[in-house]
Design a binder for this molecule. Structure first.
Ligand code: CA
Length: 373
């Protein structure tokens, strides 16, 4: 067949738009023609909804959801449009998982440890205390079999998961008392969710759950003595430097938290292959965008905290980190003993972590410790 020149293409396009038939009829790709899918099918438009666990327009995390929607619309030339809803706008934030499972919305944007109550193994795809960092999590998920296990886990909930970002190593949190030894954790009321919270409990503290909007007031009024949040950028925006004196590092509890996007599996499978690939591509673009954005913004806002406040930025003492590490080990043993799926996923996680650590130890680690400025 003679290849179409541009003028022929435009002529066909004009005719078909006016006639309401497929504009692709004359320039159908080999792949589509051989696949046998009618060209008209690929022009079908999809209007989807994405629910998130973030407040509307929440910096970085909410922005990622908006960017994914924008990129998908642009790449698909408007064939798939996604309306993004902040937490509470369509469904309450922590109902995002159920809403997408049930098809109330086709997509969700969250962090998988929020679903620990439904699927304890989901936590391993977000953050594990003393677990892998962002680079290592990416290696495990994208190239080390993690994503397959994640898909398998979510298939039981009629969902397809995608990694769509990482916070990098978080900060340890804001404290109104100095932590000199693990004894200082006794009686400490700290806002800290998930596995990190279980570690604090084992150390004699209490892990308080407060919604994002209540943390500032609770810390200011002494309802809590400490809180973790994310890192300098978000913590600055929350106003924590105004009301807490000590800013501890590192975020042993969230060493590289993965953010997720998930899609209703039935809806996903009904999409043409190219739109499925567009969704994947947008998620993976966000995956690298988010870590870059966190690193750039945290650098800037760490400087702002240092220059605008008298915050004391302190490293947790080694003895405290050592105790936390032991408690974290106990927490993980308890979870994997109770749930066979968690055991299976954690075995893959731990094996990969152990192996990649021998590589990281002679590369990244040496670079940071001995070579980088
Ligand atoms: Ca956090």
């Amino acid at each position: 067949m003679k290849p179409l020149n541009r003028r022929d293409f435009l002529k066909k396009a004009a005719v078909s738009v006016l006639g309401g038939t497929s504009i692709l009829a004359g320039c159908q790709s080999k792949e589509t023609a051989e696949g046998g899918a009618p060209a008209v099918h690929t022009r079908k438009k999809y209007q989807w909804r994405m629910v998130t666990t973030w407040p509307p327009r929440f910096p970085v995390l909410g922005e990622s959801a908006e960017l994914i929607a924008k990129w998908v619309e642009e790449m698909s030339e408007g064939r798939l449009t996604i309306q993004v809803y902040g937490g509470g706008e369509l469904v309450p934030p922590l109902e995002a998982f159920d809403a997408v499972q049930q098809g109330v919305a086709e997509m969700g944007h969250a962090a998988s440890y929020y679903w620990a109550g439904k699927a304890p193994a989901s936590q391993f795809f977000a953050a594990v205390p003393f677990g892998m960092n962002a680079q290592q999590m990416n290696a495990w998920i994208l190239s080390g079999g993690g994503w397959d296990l994640w898909r398998e886990l979510y298939a039981d909930f009629n969902l397809v998961p995608f990694p769509c970002g990482n916070t990098g190593v978080q900060m340890g949190g804001w404290f109104n008392r100095k932590i000199n030894s693990v004894d200082d954790i006794k009686g400490l009321k700290m806002r800290i969710p998930g596995l990190g919270g279980k570690v604090i409990k084992k150390a004699g503290g209490s892990a308080i759950l407060s919604a994002g909007g209540e943390i500032y007031t609770n810390l200011e009024r002494g309802v809590i003595d400490a809180t973790e949040w994310i890192g300098p950028y978000h913590d600055y925006l929350m106003g924590f430097p105004k009301i807490a004196k000590y800013y501890y590092y590192p975020g042993w509890h969230e060493p590289g938290t993965v953010l997720e996007m998930f899609v209703n599996k039935s809806s996903y499978e009904q999409l043409p292959k190219d739109l499925q690939e567009i969704i994947t591509t947008a998620a993976i673009r966000s995956n690298s965008w988010m870590l870059a954005e966190f690193d750039a913004k945290n650098t800037l806002y760490l400087q702002k905290i240092k220059s605008e406040f008298s915050t004391q930025i302190l490293r947790f003492p080694d003895s405290v980190l050592k105790a936390f590490r032991q408690y974290a080990k106990e927490v993980l043993e308890e979870i994997t003993a109770e749930d066979p799926t968690s055991k299976k996923v954690y075995e893959s996680f731990a094996k990969f972590h152990k192996e990649i650590s021998t590589w990281s130890a002679i590369t990244e680690q040496v670079y940071y410790q001995d070579i980088a400025g």
